[in-house]
Design a protein around this ligand. Structure first.
Ligand SMILES: Cc1ncc(C[n+]2csc(CCOP(=O)(O)OP(=O)(O)O)c2C)c(N)n1
Ligand SMILES: [Mg+2]
Length: 567
C-alpha cells in the first residue's frame, strides 16, 4: 500500500538503505519498477540526495531508512531540508507496534526526534491509514512553505492487510496556506514603490520555489529596481542582467551591502532575513521602509521590523503587484550603485603564483557556458562558487544555506543529476566537506550518476581557519586537515580523476572532465590560506563590509566575466 501510494504520487526515485524494520516494504519494491531505488552508503546521503533532487526538479524528494540508527542518520538531512524549505518525504521503518516504547532493538522515537525539524510527521498505527497519510504527507511537503515530512512505519503495519483506497481529496481543515496576497496590502506596496527614490529588491529562494522568475523581472524592469539576492536566492534573477547586483550578506558584494544600507525602500521577496544576510539586525537598512512578501506568516516581523507585510505565494503576489506598478526610472540611484560597483570591485581577484579558487570557479563557469547546475559543500569554496560563477539560468545553484551542512554537496549533486539527467551537474566541494559524505562516491559508480566533482583542496577547514586568522590571532586550532589523495580515491571507487596544481592545468582538466561521459573528479590544490572577501565581520553592520587588503595587480576584473545570456 505504501508503494502503491508512492506510485500514485508520481514518485520516480527513492534514495535509501534498508534494514530489518523496512524489509517488508523493500520486498515489495520490485513490483513497482517505476519506483527507482538508489542505494546510498549512509542515510544522511539519502536525505541530502532527496533534497538535491527536490531543489533541482521542484518535485518532492523521497528517502527511506530503517528504524533506529538508520532513522537518526537521516536527521541532519531532514533539518537541512527544513531550514531551506525543501519538500522531502522521509519514510522510516519502526519496530513493531507491541515493541514501541520498550527500548526494543533499533528503536528510536524518530517522530519525537524530528518534531522540531519537520513540517509534520506521522507514526502509522494501521495499514488502512497508509494511503491517506502518504497523500497528506506529499501535499504538506510541497504546498505552502515547502518542507520535510516524515512517515514512521512500524514493521508489523507493513505486513498487515487492508483495503486500498487512494483518497481523491485532502481533508486538512487546519492547513490552508494563503496564496493570494491581500489586495489592499498590494495596493499600498505599489504606492510605496511609486514613491521610492532608492528602492532595492532582495530576492530569496521563495522566488525559485514559486517559479516567479518572470514576475520578478517584470517588477524590476518596470520600476527600475536593483535586484540583490540572498545566498539561496542565487539564480532567481539573471546575474548578467543590468539590474542584478549580486548577493548580500556576510560574503555578499560590497556594493550590494552598501545599496541596502542606503536604500529608502526594501522589497523583500521570498526571503527570511537570515542573520548571515542581514548582518547586525539593528543596523539593517536603517533608512528604508520594508515590504515583506512571504508565504509563511510566521516569518513576518520575526527578525526584522516590517512596515508592509504581504502574505502569499511570491508568483501570485508579484503578478497582482505588477498590474499596479507604473513605469518609473531611478537614474541617479542606479548610477550611484554602478559607481559603487566600480569603486568596490568585489569580484576582482589578486595576482598569485599559486592556484586561486576564484579562478577555478570562473573557468568552470566558462567551460559550462554558465548553464550547469552547481551544487556545493559548506565553507569558503561555497562562497567562491556563489560569487564567481554567474548564474543566469533559473534554479542552477544548490547549496545548504540555513543549516550550513558540510557533506551536503556530493549527495545533493547526486539527487540533482538523477532528477535532471540532461543537465551538467558540478559539485564544487571542500576537502573537509567531501570527507563528510565521501562514501557516496560508491553510489555514483553503482548507479551511474555522472556528476563532476571539483574539490577545492586547501588542506584546511578553510572557513573556520579564516575566522581564526581574522579573529583568533591566527591560532589555527584543529583546522589544518589532512585528506586522502582524492584522485586515488576516485580511482579506487572506479572512476577517473585528475590533480591540478597550476593555473595552466585548470582549463584542460575541466575540458577532460566535461568530455568524460561518466563521473569525474578534479582535485584542485589551491593556495591554502586564500580568504573569502568581501566579508562583513560577525556583529558588524552590512555597511561595515571589509574588502581584501589586495596585494599586487588585479588579475581578473568584473568586466572580464562574460555575460552568458543577452538579457
Ligand atoms: C557538519 C558541519 N560541521 C561543522 C561545520 C562548521 N564549519 C563551517 S565551514 C567549515 C570548514 C569547511 O571546510 P572545507 O569543506 O574544507 O571547506 P573550505 O572552507 O576549506 O573551502 C566548518 C568546519 C559545518 N558547517 N557543518
Ligand atoms: Mg578546505
Amino acid at each position: 500500500m505504501t508503494c502503491e501510494s508512492l506510485a500514485k504520487e508520481g514518485v520516480e526515485v527513492i534514495f535509501g538503505i534498508l534494514g530489518g524494520a523496512l524489509l517488508p516494504l523493500y520486498d515489495t519494491l520490485p513490483q513497482y519498477p517505476q519506483l527507482r531505488h538508489i542505494l546510498v552508503r549512509h542515510e544522511q546521503g539519502a536525505a541530502h540526495a532527496a533534497d538535491g533532487y527536490a531543489r533541482a526538479t521542484g518535485k518532492v524528494g523521497v528517502c527511506m531508512a530503517t528504524s533506529g540508527p538508520g532513522a537518526t542518520n537521516l536527521v541532519t538531512g531532514i533539518a537541512n531540508a527544513h531550514l531551506d524549505s525543501v519538500p522531502i518525504v522521509a519514510i522510516t521503518g519502526q519496530v513493531a507496534r507491541p515493541f514501541i516504547g520498550k527500548d526494543a532493538f533499533q528503536e528510536t522515537d524518530i517522530t519525537g526526534i524530528t518534531l522540531p525539524i519537520t513540517k509534520h510527521n506521522y507514526l502509522v498505527m494501521d495499514a488502512a491509514s497508509v494511503p491517506e497519510i502518504v497523500k497528506e504527507a506529499f501535499y504538506l511537503a510541497r504546498t505552502g512553505r515547502p518542507g520535510p515530512v516524515l512517515i514512521d512505519l512500524p514493521r508489523d503495519v507493513q505486513i498487515e492487510q487492508a483495503e486500498f483506497h487512494y483518497p481523491t481529496k485532502i481533508n486538512l481543515p487546519g492547513y490552508k496556506p494563503t496564496l493570494q496576497g491581500h489586495p489592499a496590502q498590494i495596493r499600498k506596496a505599489a504606492k510605496l514603490i511609486s514613491e521610492a527614490k532608492a528602492p532595492v529588491i532582495i530576492a530569496g529562494r521563495g522566488v525559485i520555489i514559486s517559479g516567479g522568475y518572470d514576475e520578478l523581472k517584470e517588477l524590476a524592469e518596470t520600476a527600475q529596481i536593483p535586484v540583490i539576492t540572498t545566498l539561496l536566492g542565487i539564480s532567481c534573477f539573471p546575474e548578467s542582467h543590468a539590474l542584478s547586483y549580486g548577493m548580500l550578506g556576510m560574503h555578499g558584494m560590497a556594493y550590494a551591502n552598501l545599496a541596502i544600507d542606503a536604500a529608502d525602500l526594501i522589497i523583500a521577496i521570498g526571503m527570511r532575513f537570515d542573520d548571515r544576510a542581514t548582518a547586525k539586525v539593528s543596523a539593517f537598512a536603517p533608512h528604508a521602509h520594508i515590504i515583506h512578501i512571504d508565504i509563511d506568516p510566521a516569518e513576518i516581523g520575526k527578525n526584522v521590523r516590517v512596515d508592509l507585510p504581504i502574505v502569499g505565494d511570491v508568483k501570485a503576489v508579484l503578478g497582482e503587484l505588477n498590474k499596479l506598478v507604473t513605469p518609473v526610472q531611478h537614474i541617479d540611484w542606479i548610477k550611484k550603485l554602478d559607481d559603487w560597483r566600480k569603486e568596490h570591485p568585489s569580484l576582482d581577484i589578486r595576482d598569485s603564483k599559486g592556484l586561486l579558487p576564484q579562478y577555478v570557479v570562473q573557468q568552470i563557469y566558462k567551460a559550462t557556458n554558465g548553464e550547469a547546475i552547481i551544487v556545493t559543500g559548506v565553507g569558503q569554496h561555497q562562497m567562491w562558487a556563489a560569487q564567481h560563477y554567474w548564474y543566469d539560468k533559473p534554479n542552477t545553484f544548490i547549496s545548504s544555506g540555513g543549516l550550513g551542512t558540510m557533506g551536503f554537496g556530493l549527495p545533493a549533486a547526486i539527487g540533482a543529476k538523477v532528477g535532471c539527467p540532461d543537465e551538467t551537474v558540478w559539485c564544487i566541494d571542500g576537502d573537509g566537506s567531501l570527507q563528510m559524505t565521501i562514501q557516496e562516491l560508491a553510489t555514483i559508480v553503482q548507479d551511474k550518476v555522472a556528476v563532476k566533482i571539483a574539490v577545492i583542496h586547501n588542506k584546511y577547514l578553510g572557513m573556520v581557519r579564516q575566522w581564526q586568522e581574522m579573529f583568533y590571532g591566527k591560532r589555527y586550532v584543529a583546522t589544518p586537515l589532512t585528506g586522502p589523495d582524492f584522485v586515488k580515491i576516485a580511482e579506487a571507487y572506479g572512476f577517473p580523476g585528475l590533480r591540478v596544481e597550476r593555473r595552466e592545468e585548470v582549463i584542460p582538466a575541466i575540458k577532460k572532465a566535461m568530455e568524460e561521459p561518466g563521473p569525474f573528479l578534479i582535485d584542485f590544490m589551491i593556495e591554502p590560506e586564500e580568504n573569502v572577501y568581501p566579508m562583513v565581520p560577525p556583529g558588524a553592520a552590512l555597511a561595515e563590509v571589509l574588502e581584501e587588503p589586495r596585494k599586487g595587480a588585479k588579475a581578473v576584473k568584473d568586466s572580464d566575466k562574460l555575460p552568458v545570456s543577452n538579457i
